[in-house]
Design a binder for this molecule. Structure first.
Ligand SMILES: Cc1cc2nc3c(=O)[nH]c(=O)nc-3n(C[C@H](O)[C@H](O)[C@H](O)COP(=O)(O)OP(=O)(O)OC[C@H]3O[C@@H](n4cnc5c(N)ncnc54)[C@H](O)[C@@H]3O)c2cc1C
Length: 405
């Protein structure tokens, strides 16, 4: 039964067309690039590489998009006044352009603009970081006091000591559709995409790298590892300090005033509710009000992660909802477990393998990478084809990852 279901999913992506025939062909072929992991980053990289004329093979252990990694749960926030560091701003601006382009090419909705509120104490990292990025890059923004937030966005209930940075361009990406769109267009550009085929290991050689799966061996000049939370298993010798963190996404039904959660009246919102403790939420898109904490999850392993959500976890989330979004305190509609792949300093990591320059590592994005996946795909393609990127990648390269910086 399970096999049949998977097969059905496979048909949906069209990935099994001529599967056995193409397996034989591919096994005897050399690719320019093999992309391992076809989630957010790998689907985008496959598309940009195929578009630039490269012969691409993409491999995934499941059938993307799926709900076992880091890119599921219907919505992801995109925002411009980037509190984490101003250096992300030019990249996210390019990401916006690429999402719009992808929407046009794929002819489907991938983004919904709602505006965004970064809510917290004036001296907190969220508010001060968002202001710093907005100032440095001349972005339009407004600072609102708690009373103004409640008046303009009655679903939100900030305490009196809290202010908010309003940024108009923030909004929502639909992650499963984004991954599907990148994959469909990658295939249209000639990429070979193979699902339900985990990569067991890879080996460098004089012609690039050989990739070994349960079904075959493939050779390419270059290799991109975008395996998300499984990245460590493909780099066993490097002992990189990437950790996997369990995160739960919750959907609550509004208890009262449901119209206040309509996307026309409720923006995406991120709260620093205690110093360096965050949660975030979305308007109700028809499935309830989605909320989640940012970090504070258990360290886990992608193969043994507990996907059950406990009553204590629901109650802990509900306490925040009751205080800051009181009208959303209705029955829990659903919840799902997801994974962050963290670096110690919570900035992204993408760079060449330290010993094998033909191998690029990308994925650890510390729970804030989805919005960038379009531009990260383009950057990976540029790094491979031109050897450089137009962006300042200094934050994301190999660095002292001890977390002391
Ligand atoms: C709950 C949650 C909320 C988030 N919210 C936001 C947000 O609002 N905004 C934002 O910008 N970011 C957000 N993020 C972060 C963002 O979603 C991730 O950074 C991004 O999705 C990671 O993409 P990825 O390609 O690295 O991983 P994935 O999309 O998980 O892809 C990795 C792929 O590799 C495959 N794979 C693994 N091992 C192998 C192997 N050996 N062989 C073949 N294939 C393999 C997997 O099957 C998977 O498909 C959130 C993350 C979570 C978990």
């Amino acid at each position: 039964m399970r096999r049949l279901d998977r097969r059905k999913q496979f048909d949906r992506t069209g990935a099994n067309a001529g599967r056995e025939r193409s397996l034989k062909h591919q096994m005897s072929s050399n690719f320019d690039v093999i992309v391992v992991g076809l989630g957010a980053m790998g689907s985008a990289a496959s598309y940009h590489l195929a578009k630039s004329g490269k012969q691409v093979l993409g491999l995934d252990r499941f059938t993307s998009p799926h709900a076992f990694g880091s890119s599921h749960g219907q919505t992801r926030i995109i925002r411009e006044a980037y509190f984490e560091h101003p250096l992300y701003v030019p990249m996210v601006q390019r990401a916006y352009e690429l999402w719009a382009d992808l929407e046009r090419q794929a002819d489907r909705r991938l983004f919904q603009q709602t505006g965004g509120l970064m809510i917290g104490r004036p001296d907190g990292v969220l508010v001060s970081g968002a202001k710093r990025s907005a100032e440095e890059h001349g972005l339009s923004y407004e600072v609102l006091g708690a009373v103004a937030v409640r008046r303009r966005f009655p679903a939100l209930n900030p305490t009196h000591d809290i202010i908010a940075v309003w940024e108009p361009r923030a909004g929502i990406l639909f992650p499963e559709s984004c991954v599907e769109a990148h994959l469909a267009l990658a295939r249209q550009q000639g990429a070979s995409l193979r699902f339900e085929e985990p990569v067991l290991r890879w080996e460098p050689n004089s012609k690039g790298a050989r990739v070994i799966t349960g079904q075959g061996e493939y050779q390419a000049e270059r290799l991109i590892l975008t395996a998300g939370s499984w990245i460590n298993s493909l780099l066993p010798d490097l002992k990189l300090p990437f950790t996997v963190e369990r995160q739960v996404q919750f959907w609550f039904e509004p208890k009262s005033n449901p119209a206040q959660f309509h996307p026309n009246r409720c923006p995406i919102h991120i709260w620093e509710h205690e110093p360096t403790k965050f949660f975030y939420g979305f308007p109700d898109l028809g499935n309830g009000v989605k909320v989640a904490r940012h970090h504070e999850g258990d360290t886990t392993n992608p193969d043994s992660i507990n996907r059950e959500v406990t009553a204590q976890e629901i109650e802990a989330m509900r306490r925040l909802v009751r205080k800051f979004l009181p009208d959303a305190d209705g029955p829990l509609r659903s919840s799902t477990v997801c994974m962050y792949t963290n670096t110690p300093d919570e900035h992204f990591f993408f760079d060449a393998h330290p010993n094998f320059p033909q191998v690029l590592i990308a994925s650890p994005c510390s729970g804030h990478g989805f919005k960038f996946s379009s531009v990260i795909g383009e950057i990976l393609a540029e790094l491979l084809t031109e050897g450089k990127s137009r962006f300042d990648l200094s934050l994301f390269r190999r660095r002292d990852l001890s977390g002391d910086a």
